[in-house]
Structure formats: C-alpha cells, structure tokens
Design a binder for this molecule. Sequence first.
Ligand code: AMP
Length: 113
Amino acid sequence: MTETIFKKIIDKEIPADIIHEDDISLVFRDINPVAPTHLLIIPKKPIDKISDANQEDQALLGHLFLVAGEVARKLGVEDAFRLVVNNGAGAQQTVFHLHIHLIAEREFNWPPG
Ligand code: AMP
C-alpha cells in the first residue's frame, strides 16, 4: 500500500488534534468536520479498509470500538453519537487507512445518506 496522510499523522510528520493515543490506536479530530464533534479512530497498523481486515485483526477491531466508547465518554457525548466506516471509493472512502468516524452533537436521521 502507498503511505497515506493518516500514516504521516501516526508518525507525527504532520500535526493533528489528537484526543487519544495508545499502542494500538490513535484518535484525532477530522480536519473537515461534519458535526461539532467529528473524530477519526484509526489503528496504527495500516489496513487499507475494513474488507481487508482478517482474523488476526480481531482484537484490534474490538479495541477500536472500545476506544470509541471511551472517547465518547471523555467528551461527554456518550448518549448520542454515530460510528461510520466507509469501505471503498464507491462508499465515499477517500483515505485508504481504516478509520471509524465518530460523529456527535448534531441531529441524526435514518436511513443515513
Ligand atoms: P473517508 O471519506 O471515510 O475516507 O474519511 C476521510 C476523512 O479524513 C475525511 O472526513 C477528511 O476530512 C479527513 N481527513 C483528511 N485529511 C485529514 C487530516 N490531515 N487531518 C484530519 N482529518 C483528515
């Protein structure tokens, strides 16, 4: 895979507004937010997209969801937030390093767009 902008953020080559970091994951604010709270939860391991994850990533993927809940509580938005994973260009994925969007403090509709 080619190096993505998220790899540069992990390596601290470019700045980001980091909310959480541990050995496995990094959470930072989206540079182009669609809501007052819009975070990106990413693994440090480079996985292009969720459909490329495999059995050995099971604990990592679980960790990302636990971190989502943790940062939501930390920011006080745990009662209403949405997690979104875009998989592939046809689903509007633009950065090919797996990430979960955490969006909060806006009105939500269903079905999503
Ligand atoms: P996706 O369209 O699901 O691939 O989401 C990629 C997200 O990354 C978009 O919401 C972008 O606004 C965001 N993004 C791109 N570059 C940066 C950056 N340097 N720092 C923070 N967020 C970024």
